[in-house]
Structures are given as C-alpha cells and as structure tokens.
Design a protein around this ligand. Structure first.
Ligand code: F6R
Length: 244
C-alpha cells in the first residue's frame, strides 16, 4: 500500500524496467501482459520517461494485451489499440511485430480460432513473465466478468451492465458501448510467472475488500487471485481503506 498512485505507479514501472533489463542481460525477451484503462496510465508514463530520459530500451520486449472490445476498429478513439499507442507504444522503441492485442475486427466465425492462436502465441514465446491488471467494480480482471471459470482461456465474453456503464463516458453513452469483448481468461492470467494487480481511489475500495478478503467465488473473479502465490496487489491508501 502506497500513499498515492503516483508513488505506486513509479514502483510498478521500476519493477517492469528491472525485468526488461534482467532479460536483456541474459539475451532473452521479456514477455509482458498489459492492461488498459485509467489504472496503468501512470505506469506507462513512467516507462516512457525511463525510455526517453534514462535509455531504457524495449527492443527485447514482447507484449500481449488483456483484452479489446468486440467489435472494434483499431483506429477508433475508444479502441485499446489506440489507447496503447497513445499511452505507450508510440513513445518507446518496441518492435511493432512484438505487439499483440485481441482483434476487434474479426468475423464471428473467426473468433474461436483467433483466441486459440492468441494462447499459442503466448506459449510460443515462453509464457508471460509479468501480467499487470486493473480491477473493475464487478470484480473483473481483464474482461472476465462474474461467472467466469477459473480455468477459462482467451474467448469472446459478454460485458456486465456495470462495466458498460463505467465505460459510457468514453463512448458518449452506455448504448454505444459494445456488449462484447475478447479477453484473456482467468486461466491465461494464472499462467503468468508474476501478476501485479493495481487499484487506486476510494471507488475501488469495496471491490478490493471483496477481492482480498472475500470468499473465493466466480461471482467476484478477482477472488481467484487469492489462490495464486505469485500475485501482488499494489494499492493507494484510498483503495486499501476498507481492508481489515
Ligand atoms: C483493461 C481491463 C479492465 C480494467 C478495469 C479497470 O484492459 O482489462 O479489467 O483494468 O476495468 O479499469 P480502470 O483502470 O479504467 O478503472
């Protein structure tokens, strides 16, 4: 628990930078699982600063994003492709071919094969070294909404009504928020060698309490993380304020 999200975000960015450098020294790739939304913005800002001012290179970095709305055009302002370009990828030296984000433009009959291939691509590069997560007020991680199975893989899901309401500002009304998304599964996330879940502000305090102290249940998918031993929650004081 850190006093504020700026301090916490810098810590997480430093942890990512150390991983990248350790892998560089070993002549290996660092495989990162990335999240979008408001939560990781400060981490990406610090990573960009480390690149621009302190020479951190992303040449050996491979990324897999957690999720994308479906359907979604990559150049739409709300797409997670646009988000990642604006907040991180356009400002660092990552190789474009090393970036993976679920494809919101697939025909319905192409989705299943795409999802299986996403899992295969993660495995082919040796699995995720570090997955970063935010948490939705439904308790979702990625877009694994209540009802998600602990062994779920990458798949097409239906978004919870609360999730669509929370996204409505970006889309100019809930009715414009897609009803579906492609997301890595709980099982995909669990295979990462390290998992860092971040949450800031009192708005997240009730769901953080449930995720950390509540009964493990598919009703609050983030509670599954209680069963992982390689997971760390990084919180600001307000998000942690309901923990006993
Ligand atoms: C985003 C994602 C979601 C968000 C969550 C929190 O890629 O997978 O699980 O992390 O909805 O969103 P923010 O950070 O906007 O509060």
């Amino acid at each position: 628990v850190y006093p504020d999200k700026q301090t916490a975000s810098v810590k997480v960015a430093e942890r990512i930078a150390r991983l990248i450098q350790r892998k560089q020294e070993a002549g290996e790739q660092a495989v990162l699982g990335l999240a979008t939304g408001a939560t990781p913005v400060g981490v990406y800002e610090e990573l960009v600063r480390l690149h621009q001012e302190e020479g951190l290179s992303f040449q050996n970095v491979v990324t897999f994003n957690l999720d994308e709305y479906y359907p979604m055009l990559p150049d739409a302002p709300q797409s997670y492709v646009t988000f990642m370009n604006e907040n991180l990828f356009d400002h660092i030296d990552i190789k474009r071919e090393n970036i993976h984000i679920p494809d919101g433009t697939l025909a319905p009959e192409e989705v299943a094969a795409f999802c299986l291939n996403y899992e295969r691509q993660i495995e082919e590069v040796g699995g995720l070294d570090l997955q970063i997560l935010g948490i939705g007020r439904t308790g979702h991680v990625g877009f694994n909404e209540p009802g998600s199975a602990p062994n779920s893989g990458t798949r097409l899901v239906t978004l919870d009504d609360l999730t669509r309401r929370d996204a409505s500002r970006d889309f100019g009304g809930k009715e414009n928020v897609p009803t579906k998304a492609i997301t890595m599964g709980i099982g995909t996330i669990f295979k990462a060698r390290e998992i860092v879940l971040m949450a800031w502000s009192g708005k997240k305090a009730p769901i953080i309490k449930k995720a950390v102290e509540g009964e493990v249940s598919g009703e609050v998918p983030a509670t599954y993380l209680q069963l992982a031993d390689n997971v760390e929650f990084v919180l600001d004081a307000d998000a942690a304020s309901e923990l006993t």
